[in-house]
Ligand binder design. Structure first.
Ligand code: C5P
Length: 205
């Protein structure tokens, strides 16, 4: 059983995907972390994120990088949306994601192109969305709890830039798969979002 959860930054897809994985007893992969690890490595090696060859060289990161808490920082997310637009970066991370998706027993993956590219035959597909303002508010609260003083306006502006980049790129842009179920979390609590996600997945299975 493969469950694909896609959506824009801070839509709640990661929280929902983790909860679904717990509910159905499946392993979970946050695919954004892979792109964040590439971005982080580009920065560490002082490479140029806009050069495809540089970004591809950074795809060879070691697994320890994936555990670095700094991957969650907002500037790493921004850099990730730059390196993830390179087709060769996406190609280089594709097999790893497909292998995870197709492991025995199934898996839950969340990202931008799981239902469209990584696992087009997934048993259940969710597309999670929320308004940019709500997503910025959630991200801002999360950053504050980590002691990060970035302003709300800055967080909102960053979300808009990242949305535009992720939706506007040629390689695997952020779009809803035609057979995905839409879950708008704008007015929903985390608990209610998870409850509805479970109902939608059950209906798809
Ligand atoms: O989901 P997260 O915010 O961690 O993703 C960081 C960036 O990685 C996104 O803005 C997007 O550009 C890229 N990404 C992607 N495809 C995925 C997951 C993430 O292009 N499947």
């Amino acid at each position: 059983m493969i469950i694909a959860v896609d959506g824009p930054a801070a839509s709640g897809k990661g929280t929902i995907a983790r909860a679904l994985a717990g509910h159905y007893g499946l392993p979970h992969l946050d695919t954004g972390l892979l792109y964040r690890a590439v971005a982080f490595t580009v920065r560490r090696l002082e490479l140029d994120p806009t050069r495809e060859a540089d970004a591809v060289a950074a795809c060879d990161f070691d697994d320890l990088t994936l555990a670095d808490p700094a991957l969650r920082d907002d500037d790493v997310g921004q850099l990730a949306s730059i390196v993830s637009a390179h087709p060769l970066v996406r190609a280089s991370l594709l097999q790893r994601q497909r292998r995870f998706a197709n492991q025995q027993g199934g898996a839950v993956l969340d990202g931008r192109d799981i239902g469209t590219v990584i696992a087009p035959d997934a048993d259940a597909k969710l597309f999670v969305k929320a308004t940019p303002q709500i997503r910025a508010r959630r991200r801002h609260t999360e950053l504050q709890s980590r002691g990060d003083t970035t302003s709300f306006d800055r967080v909102l502006a960053d979300i808009r830039v990242r949305d535009a980049r992720d939706s506007g790129r040629d390689a695997a842009p952020l779009i809803m798969a035609s057979d995905a179920a839409l879950l708008d979390t704008t007015f929903l609590s985390i608990e209610e979002s998870i409850r509805r996600a479970t109902v939608l997945v059950d209906a798809a299975l």
